[in-house]
Design a protein around this ligand. Structure first.
Ligand SMILES: Nc1ncnc2c1ncn2[C@@H]1O[C@H](COP(=O)(O)OP(=O)(O)O)[C@@H](O)[C@H]1O
Ligand SMILES: [Mg+2]
Length: 255
């Protein structure tokens, strides 16, 4: 399970992308960047943040610590901004928090990543079909001289189809990744030499452990996926199948 903390104060909205994350104080005296359950993109975005963030950690890519942030009803009452107040009211309960990295700045190439730092990040995005790490939207922070990955809500896009049709791992396997727009794409010529090592850190048990970190209540069921265990099994099948068949999706692989 992810650690759970309780929000004590909403500090400030971070109006960058569309999802209106906010900076929140918590009862462990930490500050968290919170992705709100009521932000409009739904709970699946939070699920992708957990699974992809923790896959990054398993690959030893720097990624902020994740926690479940419980939002009490009172917090919305003290908020003057109406848009924020609505968001907080819609987000009472469990939300996703990322440990705030004070003094970090957005990756702009002024301190370029090394090829050794870049390769696992581009591979992570290829593996999880994360298209949201481009120059327009780097979703990389520089902190302590290293690039840290954030913002994985757009990855694992396949799960948005689950409300309408049966999970289809074979389709995900065949979803090719185009690294040409990736913010670190120029630093990595060919991902194929990296695949065996990175994939070996994501064994079946490790992927199952990561998927188990998602709170039950964020896993939306459907006719084909009647309970949380079935939803977790579907994520596991998608990820293990894609891991085992890189030729279909890995940049530089057979197209
Ligand atoms: N852990 C963090 N520490 C410091 N700043 C963060 C952190 N996470 C996000 N931010 C800041 O908040 C902005 C928005 O976060 P992000 O996860 O990219 O959400 P979105 O793009 O959906 O708005 C980032 O571009 C970054 O400036
Ligand atoms: Mg972003």
């Amino acid at each position: 399970m992810l650690e759970t903390v309780t929000a004590t104060r909403f500090a400030v909205p971070l109006r960058e992308g569309g999802s209106l994350p906010g900076l929140v104080d918590a009862d462990d005296l930490g500050m968290y960047v919170v992705k709100f359950r009521g932000a409009g993109q739904g709970l699946k975005v939070l699920v992708a943040e957990v699974i992809v963030g923790e896959i990054a950690r398993a690959l030893q890519i720097p990624v902020p610590r994740l926690a479940v942030v419980d939002l009490p009803r009172d917090i919305a009452r003290y908020e003057a901004d109406e848009e924020v107040q609505d968001l907080l009211s819609a987000s009472v309960g469990t939300n996703l928090g990322l440990d705030y990295l004070p003094g970090s700045f957005g990756y702009d190439g002024s301190r370029p990543a090394s090829p050794a730092q870049a390769a696992p990040i581009v591979w992570l995005d290829a593996f999880t079909a994360n298209i949201d790490r481009t120059w327009a939207n780097p979703n990389l922070l520089v902190w302590g001289g290293q690039p840290w990955v954030i913002d994985h809500g757009a990855a694992l896009y396949f799960h948005h189809a689950w409300a309408r049709r049966a999970p289809d791992a074979a389709k995900f396997v065949a979803q090719h990744f185009d690294a040409s727009d990736h913010v670190l794409g120029d630093l990595v010529d060919d991902l194929r030499p990296h695949h065996a090592d990175l994939a070996s850190r994501l064994g079946d048990a490790e992927l199952a452990r990561i998927i188990q970190l998602v709170p039950d209540e964020w896993l939306e069921t459907s006719d084909q996926l009647p309970d949380a265990a079935a939803v977790r099994a579907a994520y596991l099948e998608h990820l293990t199948t894609r891991r085992d068949h890189p030729d279909a999706w890995l940049p530089g692989g057979a197209r």
